[in-house]
Design a protein around this ligand. Structure first.
Ligand SMILES: Nc1ncnc2c1ncn2[C@@H]1O[C@H](COP(=O)(O)OP(=O)(O)OP(=O)(O)O)[C@@H](O)[C@H]1O
Ligand SMILES: Nc1nc2c(c(=O)[nH]1)N=C(CO)CN2
Length: 201
């Protein structure tokens, strides 16, 4: 893992949630406080959390005939100055917590991109870059996925996305607008807020 120079992304992290088996709405409502608690326990330093609305999305990849997905994103901003010694906690420890939460909610791995009760993907984690199969950061497919970009753009259209060092800076809304037509057909459908998930359109 390598630390890159300070920028707005270097003080934030984002986690994508997905589910298309069981009762995804109930799963999201139940996992939300648990994910917040896991994140705060891992980070030690204070966090400012922003949840996206929930989106109903068409399955991308995997076996045909899957149910639609429920998707959302959690964005966390850290006050870098409040980190102990200004050092980030280890992202592999956060991934371990995410995998454990998936297991708690009955996640089973059968086939690539197969249907699942809960998927938690670490999209980026501050300044870390990492290319091992166990942990890739930033997530290599985040810029291709409407089910990730639409929730990010709903939190903040001007949110910069992590790109390769030589890449042009791209915001969440620009990334969404740049997707090929097929990736937006049908477009993600934003759900109204409700108790347990107040964020809506
Ligand atoms: N950024 C990341 N976030 C979550 N898991 C990751 C990440 N990078 C690598 N992995 C590894 O990927 C493994 C398989 O994850 P999973 O089956 O959830 O993939 P997926 O969500 O179906 O596919 P995709 O990676 O395209 O989103 C995990 O066991 C984990 O170790
Ligand atoms: N609509 C949708 N499609 C997917 C999703 C997802 O969360 N939503 N997750 C995948 C693997 O991470 C593969 N395909």
């Amino acid at each position: 893992m390598v630390h890159s120079p300070a920028d707005p992304l270097s003080v934030s992290l984002a986690i994508a949630l997905g589910a298309n088996l069981g009762d995804p709405v109930a799963t999201f409502t139940a996992v939300r406080p648990q994910l917040e608690a896991e994140l705060r326990a891992w980070a030690v330093a204070p966090l400012q959390l922003s949840w996206s609305p929930r989106f109903l999305t068409q399955p991308v990849g995997g076996p045909p005939g899957q149910p639609p997905y429920l998707n959302a994103v959690l964005l966390a901003r850290l006050a870098a100055a409040s980190l102990p010694g200004e050092r980030w906690p280890d992202p592999t420890r956060l991934l371990a917590r995410l995998l454990q939460l998936e297991a708690t909610f009955g996640r089973e791995r059968r086939e690539r991109w197969g249907p699942r009760r809960l998927d938690l993907d670490l999209l980026w984690c501050g300044p870390f870059t990492c290319g091992s199969p166990e942990l890739e950061l930033p997530h290599p497919r985040l810029g291709e996925r409407a089910f990730v970009l639409a929730p990010l753009a709903a939190i903040d259209p001007d949110l910069p996305l992590p790109v390769a060092p030589t890449g042009t800076p791209l915001t969440a809304s620009a990334g969404l607008a740049a997707l090929p037509r097929a990736a937006l057909e049908p477009p993600p459908l934003v759900l109204p807020g409700e108790p347990g998930w107040p964020e809506g359109p």
